[in-house]
Design a binder for this molecule. Structure first.
Ligand code: ACO
Ligand code: OAA
Length: 367
């Protein structure tokens, strides 16, 4: 009999992985052994996605084949009709519903020969899913985007084709691509461990990713900056909300990092370089909040997480705050697929933990 539960599974390891290495004390993140900053400065989104799935940087022939898998990710007409019926609301719930609906008639069985091809197709589908959720919310006509270069095809939907915006967006898609097994990837793993299919596993992940303690923080941290309004308001706001009312500071704290998250360097650099006059006050407010919060939290080893900075960049790229978490999710699809494939190809076992019963002893129904 175990002595106690491992709340939050903080000290429980459920798989081995060759995908992502994190040292939370030193602030190191590597994809397949390459430092995250090396990856983001040297590889494209497609090369990084290939690296995660196949374990090596592709040559041009391999990349072409992988592109053709991604190009297969076209949405059928019935999905457009379905998206058009969605009421205004949470895009991640829409995404979860669309992935579940795509699973209704998919024939993607788990198979070592087909898993990576299917993953490529699902990555393509994901670009279409999120692009069309965006178009639907904006009241525009739905269509299959050009998946020749999915990052550019996606940005075309938002008319945001300035080359420096494309580069910055691609960097964000790489930085968020994988992070070992956070709650969303774990949700997908639990579903995949029952041998349920990849699309259904992705649907599970979306519902976990949207929560405010996880991906939902990308939007909420930005709303926090807007609520504060200006750098001069940071101290009184922090004293009232965080110190006096003991609220959680959104965009701070991480289960694994007890120092700076290594992805922040690039997010900060990009959001500073793309910031225009209109957004200057938001950036300055965020930087002042970071300074004040670090002063207060450093002893407890609570540092900013990526969601503190990603919203600044997404806003500068012209996305509305309600779509920030979707952009995180779109990027994370590759990592989630890579993890469920790695698990089911190497260590597949039904994930079914136990709970320690602490309710009533035996009772009898008297009628
Ligand atoms: C991409 C991502 O998903 S990154 C995470 C995004 N989420 C957020 O930004 C939401 C705000 N952050 C948090 O709520 C937390 O830091 C989490 C959920 C991310 C991680 O939390 P856990 O590892 O479970 O740590 P836990 O919640 O046990 O906190 C440990 C201590 O730090 C404190 N703490 C942690 N994060 C914060 C925070 N953001 N603000 C204030 N206090 C915090 C807790 O109050 C607790 O203090 P105590 O020991 O005095 O009670
Ligand atoms: O790893 C986590 O717990 C949260 C996450 O997804 C990330 O930081 O990218």
């Amino acid at each position: 009999m175990p002595m106690d539960v491992d709340l939050g599974l903080e000290n429980t390891y459920i798989k081995h992985t060759k995908l992502t290495y994190i040292d939370g004390e030193l602030g190191v993140l590597r994809y397949r052994g390459y430092d995250i900053n090396d990856v983001v400065n040297n590889l494209s989104f497609m090369e990084t996605a290939y690296l995660m799935l196949y374990g090596r940087i592709p040559d041009s022939k391999e990349l072409k084949l992988f592109s053709s898998y991604i190009g297969d990710g076209k949405l059928p007409e019935r999905i457009f009709s379905m998206i058009d019926t969605f009421p205004e609301g949470d895009p991640l719930s829409m995404a979860s519903s669309v992935f579940a609906a795509l699973a209704i008639d998919n024939n993607m069985k788990w198979s070592i020969d087909e898993n990576k091809r299917n993953a490529g197709r699902i990555i393509g589908l994901s670009f279409n899913v999120f692009a069309n959720i965006y178009l639907h919310i904006k009241g525009k006509k739905l269509y299959n985007i050009d998946l020749g270069d999915p990052v550019s095809g996606f940005l075309r939907v938002t008319n945001n084709m300035d080359p420096k915006n494309v580069k910055a967006f691609e960097a964000a898609m790489i930085l968020y691509m994988d992070h070992e097994i956070p709650a969303s990837t774990t949700a997908a793993l639990v579903t995949a461990s029952t041998l349920s299919d990849m699309l259904s596993s992705l649907s599970s992940a979306m519902n976990a990713l949207k929560g405010p303690l996880h991906g939902g923080a990308a939007e909420n941290a930005f709303l926090e900056f807007l609520d504060i309004g200006s750098p001069e308001n940071v101290k009184p706001w922090f004293n009232e909300h965080i110190i006096k009312n003991r609220e959680r500071l959104i965009g701070f704290g991480h289960r694994v990092y007890k120092t700076y998250d290594p992805r922040i360097k690039k997010f900060r650099e990009l959001s500073m370089s793309l910031c225009d006059e209109k957004n200057r006050i938001i950036l300055d407010t965020a930087l002042e909040l970071e300074r004040v919060a670090l002063d207060y939290f450093r002893e407890k080893k609570i540092y900013p997480n990526t969601d503190f900075f990603s919203g600044l960049l997404f806003n500068e790229l012209g996305f509305e705050h309600w779509f920030f978490t979707s952009l995180f999710a779109l990027s994370r699809v590759t990592g989630i697929l890579a993890h469920i494939i790695e698990y089911n190809e190497n260590e597949q076992r039904l994930i079914r933990p136990r709970a320690i019963y602490n309710g009533d002893g035996e009772r009898f129904i008297k009628r």
